[in-house]
Write a protein that binds this ligand. Structure first.
Ligand SMILES: Nc1ncnc2c1ncn2[C@@H]1O[C@H](COP(=O)(O)OP(=O)(O)OP(=O)(O)O)[C@@H](O)[C@H]1O
Length: 310
């Protein structure tokens, strides 16, 4: 008999040095990542960073050529078969002719200890759609039906690959509210997204991957700090830029027209030094946004060439 509680000490997700290559492309390149039961983690990365490949390894849809992947201390395929993992992947076509309740009920029936269908519909916020045909729904409704399908097996871990791509603002809010309700039950959630603000608002932890590896891992605030502190901007008013990179705290200098923007690890010291140079016209200091941090953490040499550096 399968017991679901025998390995509660194991992480929900564990990648250890996982590698998956496609020809010359190292899609997942030595990925190390642990997610504890109950955590909600966002996976962020540029296009082609390796998120979908990592998710395929996690769900046992593909296997690493090196290293390993475990879910709750067991092989991904076994965890999926035991109904401990629910997934919402990017593709997925609606099955015509069946109602929402029939579809969720059919999927639930394939798992050993499924969630009650009404409960899955309630958690996904689509009870009122129970009798509607699945091929006659809007994009936002379809996405929430797919979420209910992912919940049907009553999984301890749910994996969502860009769940809100193509949803409007209202549908996104509704979707995240459903996800958080599920997470509040103590379940584990891993989702990938391109929306930094959604990651910040809905995840306990953000893992940034680039070239198939983890390049940053922490809360939104920790990432902002790791991505390079604050931004200090001011009008050059014709002055030169040659000494700016040497000012205290300055990490990089970007010049657009007559305005300079310094990325600084110590904005107070940078501002004091600028004041001493009498270079404080239209001065603006702000904390790095998550976008800034993300760009800094995943910058390629080509990106850096676009910055006019001194
Ligand atoms: N089946 C495949 N055959 C060949 N190359 C592949 C295959 N799957 C992925 N890749 C390559 O592996 C790299 C990582 O792709 P992956 O889809 O995992 O990235 P991603 O982070 O999910 O990107 P996106 O945000 O665009 O969905 C890319 O260079 C991609 O072209």
């Amino acid at each position: 008999m399968t017991t679901r509680t025998s390995d509660t000490a194991s992480p929900a997700v564990r990648f250890t040095g996982a590698v998956r290559t496609f020809g010359d492309v190292r899609a997942v390149d030595g990925l190390d990542l642990e997610i504890a039961p109950g955590e909600t983690v966002a996976l962020l990365g540029r296009n082609g960073a390796g998120k979908s490949t990592a998710i395929a390894l996690l769900l046992g849809l593909d296997e690493p050529q090196e290293g390993g992947v475990e879910l709750f201390g067991t092989a991904p395929g076994d965890a999926v078969r035991q109904g401990r993992v629910g997934a919402m992947l990017q593709e997925g076509r609606a099955v015509p002719w069946v109602t929402v309740a029939e579809l969720v009920g059919f999927v639930a029936g394939r798992y050993p200890a499924p969630m009650d269908v009404t409960e899955a519909l309630r958690l996904a916020g689509i009870e009122e759609l129970a009798g509607r045909r699945v091929d006659k729904l809007s994009g936002g409704q379809t996405q929430r039906v797919r979420f209910a399908v992912a919940l049907a097996g009553n999984p301890a871990l749910i994996v969502l690959d860009e769940p809100t791509a193509a949803l409007d603002v209202e549908a996104r809010h509704a979707f995240w509210a459903s996800m958080r309700a599920y997470a509040r039950r103590g379940h584990t959630v891993l989702f990938s997204t391109h929306y930094l603000e959604e990651a910040d608002a809905n995840a306990d932890r953000i893992v940034v991957i680039d070239h198939g590896r983890v390049v940053a891992d922490g809360s939104g605030d920790e990432l902002r700090r790791a991505g390079g502190g604050s931004s200090v901007s001011f009008d050059l008013a014709g002055r030169g830029t040659q000494d700016l990179a040497l000012l205290p705290g300055v990490l990089s200098v970007e010049v657009r027209g007559d305005r300079a923007r310094l990325r600084s690890a110590d904005p107070d010291a940078t501002v004091m030094a600028l004041a001493a140079l009498d270079a404080v016209r239209n001065l603006e200091v702000r904390a790095a946004s998550l976008d800034d941090a993300f760009m800094a953490l995943t910058a390629t040499p080509e990106d850096l060439d676009h910055l006019e550096r001194v």
